[in-house]
Design a protein around this ligand. Structure first.
Ligand code: ADP
Length: 264
């Protein structure tokens, strides 16, 4: 059985404990985002990141063509290379793949994403973002069977061959579903879903199906995407998804042991 682990890219995430742990496993796919690195590179290149909020309250990165260029450089370049390097240094046979490599992550481009700007809903026609519709799972299976540890991240590619930004949490959920993974572990910079985002002690340990809507109401901004990703995975047949902290030794095992928020 396979495990899909997604590591966050926002500040406050700890990467070393994740790499220490994964380097010793042979059953994992590592999925990454890298929002802080995209922001940093964007600043350095004079193209600062912009975010927008959808009418349903989900926060997304603006991905017009100029920002997409920065995103590809930061994620498929810096972030992925650094993760692969770190895993190789720990003895793992890591291989980096963006969603474009081998057509791994097939996305549908969002047509005119809706954003709330100054209280008005507007359509963003130049947005180059999408959602993952299909995963070429056999590419990952071939690598896993040969003892490689795939490291996967945005961007993705459309059927028309366009490169688009996709959300890494939701991409990880698709990967987990396509592989028939035993679990999806979303490691991040908070202890899990919190009742009060400012109180780390307010973690919600478990979200049964019946309490889904109540739980979603607690999640603000980008945490909503994580919860939606967890739900995508469970609906795709993955037995459980866990949102847990990355900043401790053996974060994956601890998340699987229930230190986080378990979605079943
Ligand atoms: P990552 O880069 O690790 O994927 P994100 O920044 O995308 O992390 O999402 C995690 C962030 O979601 C937290 O740092 C926190 O600021 C925010 N958040 C909003 N609502 C909640 C909540 N109810 N519980 C926990 N985190 C929350």
């Amino acid at each position: 059985m396979t495990l899909v682990v997604k590591v966050g890219g926002a500040d406050g995430n700890a990467i070393a404990p994740v790499l220490d742990e994964l380097a010793h496993r042979t059953d994992c796919v590592l999925v990454h985002g890298g929002s802080s690195e995209v922001d940093r590179l964007g600043e350095a290149l004079g193209r600062p990141s912009e975010y927008y909020t959808s009418p349903s309250g989900v926060v997304s990165r603006r991905s017009d063509p100029a920002h997409l260029e920065v995103l590809v450089l930061a994620l498929a370049g810096r972030v992925q290379t650094e993760l692969v390097r770190g895993l190789l240094a720990r003895g793992a046979r890591a291989v980096g793949l963006s969603g474009v490599d081998g057509g791994l992550l097939r996305a549908k481009r969002k047509e005119g994403a809706r954003a709330v700007i100054d209280g008005h809903v507007v359509r963003l026609h130049d947005d180059r973002s999408g959602s993952v519709e299909a995963v070429r799972a056999e590419l990952l299976t071939v690598l896993l069977r040969s003892g490689y540890l795939p490291v996967v991240g945005p961007p993705a590619v459309t059927d028309a061959g366009e490169v688009v930004n996709v959300d890494a949490d939701r991409a990880a959920a698709r990967v987990a579903g396509a592989l028939g993974a035993e679990a999806l572990v979303l490691l991040t910079n908070v202890p899990g879903l919190l009742r009060d985002p400012d109180d780390p002690a307010s973690r919600i340990p478990r979200i049964p199906r019946a309490e889904w809507e109540t739980a979603l109401a607690y999640a603000k901004g980008r945490m909503r995407k994580k919860l939606l990703a967890a739900r995508d995975a469970v609906e795709a047949g993955v037995p459980r998804a866990v949102i847990g902290p990355s900043d401790r030794p053996d974060p994956v095992r601890k998340a699987l042991d229930g230190e986080g928020t378990v979605i079943e």
